[in-house]
Design a protein around this ligand. Structure first.
Ligand code: DI6
Ligand code: FE
Length: 397
């Protein structure tokens, strides 16, 4: 099929939108066969079925490379408690925080977890998302972690969207292991990772490296098993402090280091050398009303690819809008509209180890968005507006 009369934002390189006006995209199956100006369309494609896009803007489809969309219950009550003056400690003592989501997730059936997750995934699909990463991390026991990952896999069988899973057993220490993080890592997290991998449920391994979660030595033990199993790694690093998570991610050639608000210029240099993507998560920064922005200029100076994601989770980032995420990245962190769009497409794909998506180039996956806007900057400029006209998934409208 030929998509004709298109204003194509190819993102073929990182230094410009790579725009082609009056462009044509030739689709063959689930792949892009050819892209270019109509005047240069090869003879071989001229007889194809055409679909006139009436001059609309076409970009690569969006990719949300960091989500916790599978979880039980929600945390609206503690949102209200905090706004009525309760501290994080008060909320935690009342059984709130991650612990309350773990309790609700353990209690929920796979069917309920899937139905709840699909409502959030549908909001992402409506904004043109075709690939999401989904983490475990609210089960924190053997069966509940496996249950979460089975639900994540079921999402891709229930909707026109692809899913990559990340095992996040090292997300928090569950109540039954309070004060015993090492025992939890050795007796629950690592054996469950092995079982999840054996069941084909894991595409990557993640961890939360933070003072309130796990230290670099504990994360390193989980990463050693990931390496043994041939699984790539990624890491929640330097979200609230700097305890060496970003360095650890770089040392393990991680796909990505995520949050990285407290990363230093030296950390940025280490990421660049390792080829690790910095995943910027403005939803958590906004929700927690943080003050320390990530070192965007250092990432630019060192050539660290920056991805963007919703970090959709019930506590620190109850956000399901990639477009609002792009707007936050520009307004809060001063990223440019080009960086924001690259962050939700090509760099997000790279953060998932997928280099065949996120750009409109011959041979790439034919996942495309058609927008009712005239300039790509409108995609990060608008606040809470969705101009998606239609989404092409695996070459089909
Ligand atoms: N960082 C976060 O901000 C979330 N998890 C993480 O690793 C918090 C998750 C929650 O509050 O439920
Ligand atoms: Fe997260």
């Amino acid at each position: 099929m030929l998509l004709t009369n298109a204003h194509i934002v190819t993102l073929q390189t990182d230094d410009s939108f790579g725009a082609i006006t009056d462009g044509v995209i030739a689709l063959e199956g689930s792949k892009i066969a050819w892209v270019g100006a109509a005047a240069q369309l090869p003879e071989t494609y001229r007889s194809k079925q055409t679909h006139d896009l009436a001059g609309r803007l076409v970009t690569p489809a969006l990719i949300d490379c960091h989500t916790h969309v599978v979880f039980g219950g929600n945390r609206a009550a503690e949102f209200e408690q905090r706004l009525n003056g309760a501290s994080y400690e008060d909320v935690a003592k009342a059984g709130g925080g991650i612990v309350s989501t773990v309790t609700a997730t353990r209690a929920a059936s796979e069917e309920v977890l899937l139905a709840d997750a699909l409502r959030r995934v549908d909001a992402m699909i409506a904004e043109g998302v075709t690939l999401i990463e989904v983490k475990s991390g609210y089960g924190l026991d053997h069966e509940s972690e496996l249950k979460m990952l089975r639900v994540a896999r079921q999402i891709a069988r229930s909707r026109p969207i692809d899913v990559r899973t990340s095992f996040l057993g090292a997300h928090a220490v569950p109540a039954e292991y309070a004060g015993k993080p090492d025992a939890y890592i050795d007796d629950v997290c690592i054996p469950t990772l092995r079982a999840a991998h054996a069941a084909g449920l894991v595409d990557a391994v993640d961890g939360f490296c933070e003072g309130i979660a796990f230290d670099t030595a504990q994360i390193a033990r989980v990463f050693a098993v990931a390496k043994e199993l041939g699984l790539p790694v990624k890491l929640h690093a330097e979200q609230l402090s700097n305890i060496g998570g970003t360095r650890l991610a770089a040392k393990h050639a991680a796909l990505s280091a995520d949050h990285v608000e407290y990363a230093t210029d030296a950390d940025a240099s280490a990421l660049a050398k390792a080829g690790t993507v910095a995943v910027i998560l403005p939803g958590a920064f906004y929700t927690l009303r943080e003050s320390q922005a990530p070192p965007i200029q250092s990432f630019r100076d060192h050539g660290v690819p920056m991805a963007l994601a919703t970090d959709c989770n019930p506590g620190s980032s109850p956000l399901t809008s990639p477009l609002l995420t792009m707007n936050m990245a520009c307004t809060l962190f001063r990223m440019t509209p080009l960086e924001a769009l690259l962050g939700m497409t090509a760099h997000a794909a790279r953060a998932l180890g997928d280099t065949n998506r996120g750009r409109i180039v011959a041979g790439a996956r034919a996942d495309l968005n058609i927008w009712d806007v005239s300039h790509p900057a409108e995609l990060s400029y608008r606040i809470g507006f969705n101009p998606l006209h239609s989404r092409i998934f695996k070459g089909s409208l």
